[in-house]
Design a protein around this ligand. Structure first.
Ligand code: SOE
Length: 406
């Protein structure tokens, strides 16, 4: 689980002696847009050892894909992902589709000798994720890398939190408290988009938001969950069918209704392998909370606290401070010796959501150049999938404590 820390690594200047990294991306909606931003920007900001090239974009609707390619700077367009994977001018396939196609595309791309970046959650089932992790391990032997896109590891403040935990600033960890709160689904007339259909999304708030917080909690803690006890709920079970194409978290309703087949919210507690206790909440019904990923870690020597809605800040309580002066203090994570920051703006000129995707590209390109396993790997994505499966199993057994299988 140990990560190379971004800050402090030698800075690299663009190396024009090395071949560019030619990228083919499947999908161009919300995540495709965010990833495009990452691919377009990382080389200009960080001076990467290999320069990303936006070679080809793939989407089933040719006209819409062409329009997206023009908007985001992709050179060519394909309408069949198999054709994209077969292209000689693509070195890496970036998968930004709903979860039901992740496994098929990733397995084909790895077999074709491409590197792969796959959006989270890695897959819709443990079996698919396991096949992907196996294929990634084989591909690694052939010099091909596969990474899963848990972008919230790459907020400078969370990367700093990881660095501080690894340096022992919290001491023995006792609690991890995590919530990922959104509210875009509170309207019962919001249509039945792909995110609400199990056959496409695998699960609801659990796979979409829970996957992020399970990964982030384990990453920051530097250890894994041993077992969980869970509740899940679907508050609105019937919704209007969607009309036309939605974008991101918006959609317009059409005539007729359909059944929601995923959870709207998931709550679970967990035990880390060290014995530290954790609580998790993932919901799309937290009225007024737009994208509030909050995590707090309490250790014997101190605590850390972070909220994605204030993502340039990390709060730290040093429990070794004299009692009269002790308290949480705000670290504004915009200093040059903070992770990722030295390539950006002067102190105080903060970053945002999109920068996490730029940092993701930066780290992946370095891993490819170094031939080092990327973090998080498909094996890490599989382990998160196992936690999600344990949550579903526990929820189906009246919250019975359920071990996370290896
Ligand atoms: C929707 O809930 C969503 O876009 C997730 O799918 C993303 O992974 C998250 O970063 C923001 O919210």
């Amino acid at each position: 689980m140990e990560q190379p820390q971004p800050s402090g690594e030698p800075k690299t200047r663009p190396n024009h002696a090395k071949p560019p990294l030619r990228v083919g991306m499947v999908g161009y909606a919300f995540m495709g847009t965010a990833h495009s931003q990452g691919w377009r920007t990382a080389g200009r900001v960080f001076g990467l050892p290999r320069q990303p090239v936006l070679a080809a974009l793939c989407g089933r609707d040719g006209a819409a894909a062409r329009a997206a390619a023009d908007r985001h700077g992709w050179a060519a367009v394909e309408t069949d992902w198999r054709a994209l994977v077969a292209r000689d001018d693509v070195d890496l396939v970036d998968i930004c589709t709903p979860g039901d196609s992740h496994a098929e595309i990733a397995l084909a791309a790895l077999a074709a000798g491409k590197h792969v970046l796959c959006e989270k959650p890695l897959a819709n089932t443990v079996a698919e994720a396991a096949a992907m992790a196996r294929a990634a391990e084989e591909a690694y032997g052939r010099g091909r890398l596969a990474m899963v896109g848990f972008n919230y590891r790459r907020v400078p403040a969370t990367a700093l939190a990881r660095r501080m935990v690894a340096a022992g600033r919290l001491g023995t960890l006792r609690h991890v408290r995590v919530a990922y709160l959104q509210d875009w689904l509170t309207d019962p007339d919001f249509p039945l988009t792909w995110r609400l259909r199990k056959e496409l999304a695998g699960s609801g708030a659990l796979g979409d938001l829970g996957a992020h917080i399970v990964d982030l909690a384990q990453h920051l803690a530097g250890e894994r969950l041993a077992g969980v006890s869970a509740l899940t709920e679907t508050f609105v079970r019937e919704r209007p069918l969607p009309g036309g194409a939605g974008s991101g978290l918006t959609a317009t309703p059409a005539a007729g209704t359909g059944t929601v087949t995923v959870d709207d919210a998931a709550l679970f507690t967990g035990r880390f392998t060290s014995g530290a206790l954790a609580s998790f909440e993932a919901t799309r019904y937290a009225t007024g909370r737009k994208n509030a990923l909050r995590i707090e870690l309490n250790g014997e020597r101190g605590s850390l606290s972070f909220d994605l809605e204030r993502l340039n800040e990390l709060w730290f309580h040093d429990a070794t401070d004299p009692g009269a002066e002790a308290g949480f203090r705000r670290i504004l994570v915009t200093e040059p010796d903070h992770p990722y920051i030295d390539a950006w703006w002067p102190p105080g000129h903060g970053l945002g959501y999109e920068h996490t995707f730029v940092h993701q590209v930066r780290d992946l390109v370095h891993a490819i150049d170094d031939g080092r396993r990327p973090d998080p790997s498909f094996a890490d994505g599989l382990q998160v999938q196992r936690v999600l499966a344990a949550v579903e199993e526990s929820a189906g057994k009246n919250s019975a404590y359920t071990p996370v299988t290896d």
